[in-house]
Design a protein around this ligand. Structure first.
Ligand code: ADP
Length: 269
């Protein structure tokens, strides 16, 4: 749907022409809808952990509690505080990335080590899922920002857990393909409808259907994954079968490729 605005141009009270401005209002309406969904999502995402922190603190202040109970409540308060912090960090990251102000501290790092650390830390959040890491490459070194790449795999693996509500296997496979180290993260979860695939990496986008209404999120995780992959001269793509599961693949240049192309001796020849 297009809206056409016509503005008449006057020059010394004499009409000299008309300017037509075409605005794609389908896109504007979509953005408006995404914005209002975002505001309600954010309010909900902030309110849930805050309500729990408030409730447990109130309980602890007003009641004599046994040490085990105190520890249990404090653990919840700690986890919810962590959740709020990571939510706010996501907002700040997206803002920084959009302003082109995100900085990357790249070093030669072992991607497998990062992935194994993320898997270990994510395992704590679930007893329903079974993890499998398969390494089909002898090279796993990339030039990258350790914390940012950790964030990429945390977002993808936590999504695999979150969107597989009935559990199942989460398979992580590392392999080499034409100078790139590829990491595929495969789940047996809800899957993604075909018409949603091209919008998935846009910020604030969330697939909306009854299966997912109770699953929390802001729609920022995959947008952040995409930005970080691009900043590493890499890419991310997804394939999915609705109702069966999804595979997200991250592609990063292997160090061998980078050192060949940036070899100072090569470049002065
Ligand atoms: P969030 O999880 O906070 O909503 P993301 O940007 O991480 O945001 O993901 C965007 C949307 O993509 C999610 O809302 C969900 O609908 C869909 N999605 C992401 N990962 C998966 C997955 N592994 N399986 C099914 N759907 C997924």
């Amino acid at each position: 749907v297009y809206k056409v605005y016509a503005n008449s141009l006057f020059h010394d009270e004499e009409k000299i022409g008309t300017v037509f401005v075409h605005r794609d209002i389908t896109k504007e309406a979509e953005i408006d809808q995404m914005k209002s969904e975002f505001v309600s999502t954010v309010s909900h995402e902030l309110r849930t952990p805050l309500a729990s922190i408030y409730g447990y603190t109130e309980l602890m202040l007003n009641r004599e509690l046994k040490p085990e109970r105190q520890k249990k409540y404090l653990t919840t308060i700690y986890q919810e505080t962590k959740r709020l912090t990571s939510l706010i960090n996501d907002f700040l990251d997206v803002q920084r990335m959009e302003a082109g102000k995100q900085s990357y501290e790249k070093k030669y790092i072992d991607l497998l080590e990062i992935i194994e650390k993320v898997v270990d830390s994510q395992k704590i959040n679930t007893t329903e899922h079974h993890f499998e890491v398969q390494v089909d490459t002898s090279f796993t070194t990339v030039l990258g920002d350790k914390d940012k790449l950790k964030q990429v795999f945390t977002n993808l693996i936590s999504n695999a857990i979150k969107y597989s509500p009935n559990g199942g296997k989460i398979q992580i496979q590392l392999y080499q393909d034409s100078g790139y180290l590829q990491t595929a993260i495969k789940d047996e979860g809800l899957g993604i409808p075909t018409d949603a695939l091209d919008k998935l990496f846009s910020k604030f986008y969330r697939v909306d259907n009854s299966d997912r209404r109770t699953i929390g999120g802001t729609g920022l995780g995959l947008a952040i994954v995409k930005e970080i992959s691009y900043a590493h001269d890499g890419d991310v793509f997804v394939s999915s079968e609705y109702g069966k599961g999804s595979t997200f693949t991250i592609k990063l240049p292997l160090v061998e490729t980078i050192s060949n192309t940036t070899d100072p001796i090569e470049s002065t020849k």
